[in-house]
Ligand binder design. Structure first.
Ligand SMILES: Cc1cc2nc3c(=O)[nH]c(=O)nc-3n(C[C@H](O)[C@H](O)[C@H](O)COP(=O)(O)OP(=O)(O)OC[C@H]3O[C@@H](n4cnc5c(N)ncnc54)[C@H](O)[C@@H]3O)c2cc1C
Ligand SMILES: *[C@@H]1O[C@H](CO)[C@@H](O)[C@H](O)[C@H]1NC(C)=O
Ligand SMILES: *[C@@H]1O[C@H](CO)[C@@H](O)[C@H](O)[C@H]1NC(C)=O
Ligand SMILES: *[C@@H]1O[C@H](CO)[C@@H](O)[C@H](O)[C@H]1NC(C)=O
Ligand SMILES: *[C@@H]1O[C@H](CO)[C@@H](O)[C@H](O)[C@H]1NC(C)=O
Length: 581
């Protein structure tokens, strides 16, 4: 019934080598203002593009990044104060203090979503990395590609067979390098080597520390093998900083930090189509604007929020929205910033008996420090892992009543509707939520993988430094709330397995009831995000009435701009998004 991986792959974030060539922090350091390519955003996608393009030494590339390169000290302080893994200079441990957020550090954009009508009007912060590596420098390092059906569906939607999985998967060999896990454990039966690359750029491993509950998870997949079968490999699999580390030592790549791109400038008309070759940026509000030029193309890789914002500021978007803000319309396209979709989650926490969970580690600074010291000294121990050792992707039963009124939104008949993430500790990412001070917990987090709700990113102001309005519009369709409710029921079946009998005490949260309305209330009160926003500059067929880019990722109705980042994905994949990006 399922596409359920169980072993998780992690990227090992091998960050910057000590000798950094052309990494500039101030515009006056730039040796020139014209390059073959100007890439906006040194994130997950931008760094891969910089790396690939710079393989040809005759090609010159400038990468403009609004964020900073965190110094080791800043990283370290941030670790303690905000306890998030921000990489720099050395390999960084995949896991931080999960009770704290990246928010309000200088490495985050500090975005907030608009009040969500599907979540009782709640609003909450939406993390995005403002740092070299973008969100891939601040994430949990889970590394997956999704279902083959995701790519086949993109090919179908765009009418371009180049996106078929059979074509996409050929790049895995170039991309990925499977390395042994930190604890050196025997990985036989935990992944399928033939699905993975061994010579690529990005080091990927299985989790590097085992947990006491691992055997219970595996036992559950045996006991409930109909509904939750074991899958040896979800690996139909970045740490973008890895790519940057490769690219940055090439003399043909220059990276400028603290460069906030404010707009792309029309520089002419080619066969009646507005062409764009110049990029305007500034260091901070009020600082002088600087213009750089791309001889060949501008590549927008500012992510699902930054990319539509820059397009709109450049006059590429819905006429009425632009005119209302006094922005001259250069390319009319009502799809810019629309069709946003995201993976929404509910935490589903259970109270468990003491002795197997990692809760004490996050409560006791001495234990945490010991674990951090162990990681620093030996690159081993509990922090050598993202701590998310098991995940699974599952389908709703085909007999579910919702399918009598709504066609199946999964990417295909084998693709999933929801994801289960097992956490051996208390985790509730709902902002403002205060974790309990005592007790041991198990999280059976469920996330909606095939949402049908669509939201938007729109400008709040013509000021390029103002945050846009981010409205994910979570859980606003009958399918989404139905599916979410069924995930909570499925989680309760998972937790009822014999394997948990002597362990789980009771649900910790208001999801014990089986009444639809009670479950809906719990979901709308507790839901938050997995941070996998996509779709705001979606691909569509060439010549379509909707969509922002053609299947070759060139912006429709414009010449000289390509978009490469999460925003071009038409729907969220069956995966955490950095691998697909
Ligand atoms: C907290 C968190 C946890 C996550 N966990 C995982 C995980 O474990 N596994 C996984 O696969 N995915 C995870 N994700 C999602 C994944 O990191 C993102 O999907 C991915 O990084 C998106 O890549 P991108 O290139 O589109 O954008 P990003 O990686 O965000 O890069 C965009 C870059 O553009 C820069 N930028 C934006 N605007 C401008 C501008 N105006 N001028 C100049 N530069 C600009 C940004 O500073 C940033 O560096 C997580 C995300 C978050 C926030
Ligand atoms: C986010 O907030 C922190 C702390 O207030 C601040 O240092 C940082 O500059 C903010 N980031 C942005 C992009 O405004
Ligand atoms: C959103 O995407 C759908 C296809 O999934 C498309 O039909 C629709 O026109 C898009 N809407 C906008 C505003 O682009
Ligand atoms: C984790 O962060 C919380 C909230 O700031 C703090 O109370 C706690 O002491 C931190 N835990 C450790 C182990 O540093
Ligand atoms: C359950 O709901 C009640 C009433 O709404 C609330 O007081 C309580 O805090 C909730 N419990 C949890 C664990 O969220």
């Amino acid at each position: 019934m399922v596409v359920p991986p169980v072993a998780v792959l992690l990227v090992s974030c091998i960050c910057f080598p000590s000798s950094l060539a052309a990494l500039y922090t101030e515009p006056r350091q730039l040796p020139r203002h014209t390059y073959d390519y100007v890439i906006v955003g040194a994130g997950n996608a931008g760094n891969v593009i910089a790396s690939r393009l710079s393989e040809d030494p005759r090609t010159s590339i400038l990468v403009l990044e609004a964020g900073v390169r965190a110094s080791w000290r800043a990283w370290f302080l941030s670790w303690y104060q905000h306890s998030r893994p921000i990489c720099d200079q050395t390999a960084c441990p995949p896991f931080g203090n999960e009770t704290e957020h990246l928010l309000d550090t200088p490495y985050d954009w500090n975005y907030t979503v608009t009040p969500q009508k599907g979540l009782n009007g709640r609003t909450f912060p939406y993390n995005r990395g403002k740092i070299l590596g973008g969100s891939s420098s601040v994430n949990y390092m889970v590394h997956q590609y999704g279902s083959s059906e995701d790519y086949d569906k993109i090919a179908e939607i765009t009418g371009d067979a180049g996106w078929n999985w059979d074509n996409v998967k050929r790049n895995i060999g170039k991309h990925e390098k499977i390395v042994p896990p930190a604890d050196g454990h025997d990985t036989t039966g935990q992944y399928i080597p033939a699905n993975h690359g061994t010579n690529g750029m990005l080091s990927v491993s299985l989790p590097g520390s085992s947990q006491l509950i691992d055997s219970r998870v595996i036992a559950t997949t045996r006991e409930l093998s109909e509904e939750f079968p074991f899958n040896e490999d979800m690996g139909a699999g970045i740490s973008a900083t890895t790519y940057l580390a490769a690219a940055i030592n090439r003399p043909n790549v220059h990276v400028l930090l603290n460069a906030h791109v404010t707009k792309l400038l029309r520089t002419g008309t080619i066969q009646g189509v507005p062409s764009f070759r110049s990029v305007e940026f500034a260091g901070k509000p009020g600082a002088p604007s600087i213009i750089v030029t791309a001889r060949r193309e501008i590549v927008l890789s500012a992510g699902s929020i930054g990319t539509p914002q820059i397009l709109l500021l450049s006059g590429i978007g819905a006429r009425d929205e632009l005119e209302a803000l006094g922005i001259p319309v250069v390319v009319e396209n009502p799809s810019v910033g629309k069709n946003l979709s995201d993976h929404v989650l509910v935490p589903n926490i259970f109270r468990v008996k003491d002795g197997e969970s990692l809760d004490a580690l996050f409560r006791d600074p001495a234990l945490f420090k010991a674990a951090l010291d162990e990681w620093m000294e030996t690159k081993r121990g509990v922090l050598a892992s993202s701590m998310l050792n098991h995940m699974g992707y599952f389908r709703l039963p085909s007999t579910s009543s919702i399918f009598s009124t709504i066609s199946d939104p999964a990417s295909g008949p084998k693709a999933s509707h929801w994801e289960l993430i097992v956490t051996n500790f208390y985790i509730n990412p709902k902002p403002g939520h205060i974790p309990p001070e005592t007790g041991s917990y198990l999280g059976l987090v469920s996330a909606l993988i095939s949402p049908t709700s669509r939201g938007s990113v729109t400008l709040a102001s013509a000021d390029p430094f103002a945050h846009p309005l981010i409205d994910p519009n979570y859980l606003t369709t009958p399918f989404d709330i139905f599916a979410m409710r069924e995930t909570v029921r499925a989680v309760k079946r998972f937790a009822a397995a014999e394997a948990w009998k002597d362990y789980i005490i009771a649900p910790f949260g208001n999801f014990s009831s089986d009444v639809d309305a009670d479950l809906d209330a719990y979901i709308r009160d507790q839901a938050s995000t997995v941070y996998h926003m996509v779709g705001t500059a979606s691909m569509s067929p060439r010549g379509a009435e909707w969509g922002v880019v053609d299947p070759d990722l060139k912006v429709k109705g414009a010449e000289g701009i390509r978009i490469v980042d999460a925003s071009v994905l038409p729907f969220p994949p069956n995966a955490h998004t950095q691998g697909p990006v």
